[in-house]
Write a protein of this length. Structure first.
Length: 137
């Protein structure tokens, strides 16, 4: 059986995915997700964001409906955002805030370039875990 057939027919564990990854040019995402547990973490900022609590609640409900085990955390200053992301890297992470010209804005004039966050994800996540998509609004 080749890797494509295994991915299409077998419910793989994270250990099995890690073991198979060096032998594939693509991320290994099994079609059968019976051995997978999906986590989500919502990191949201209320600074200058009327309705942020409701938006985060709606997003939490959507992730739970999709089968995620969700945790929602509020942040204010971008200096705390990095450590919150570090503690969340084993989960799906959504960062909700306002920003400008390629940066996220926090309280007291703090900001962090989006490219810094993406670089951080790429450096910290294991190679066999895909960064499925990046949405910047």
């Amino acid at each position: 059986m080749n890797i494509k057939e295994i991915v299409e027919h077998e419910p793989l564990t994270l250990g099995q995915i890690k073991e198979l990854s060096p032998y594939s040019n693509h991320y290994i995402i099994p079609h059968k997700q019976m051995k997978a547990k999906i986590y989500g973490r919502i990191l949201y900022n209320k600074q200058h964001r009327h309705g942020a609590d409701e938006e985060a609640d709606n997003f939490e409900q959507a992730l739970e409906t999709a089968g995620c085990d969700v945790m929602k955390l509020q942040w204010s200053n971008t200096s705390e955002l990095g450590s919150m992301i570090d503690s969340s890297l084993t989960r799906i992470v959504a960062v909700m805030t306002h920003g400008y010209r390629g940066a996220l804005r926090g309280s007291e004039g703090s900001h962090i370039p989006i490219s810094d966050l993406l670089y951080h994800f790429n450096q910290e996540l294991p190679q066999h875990l895909p960064m499925v998509s990046t949405n910047v609004h």
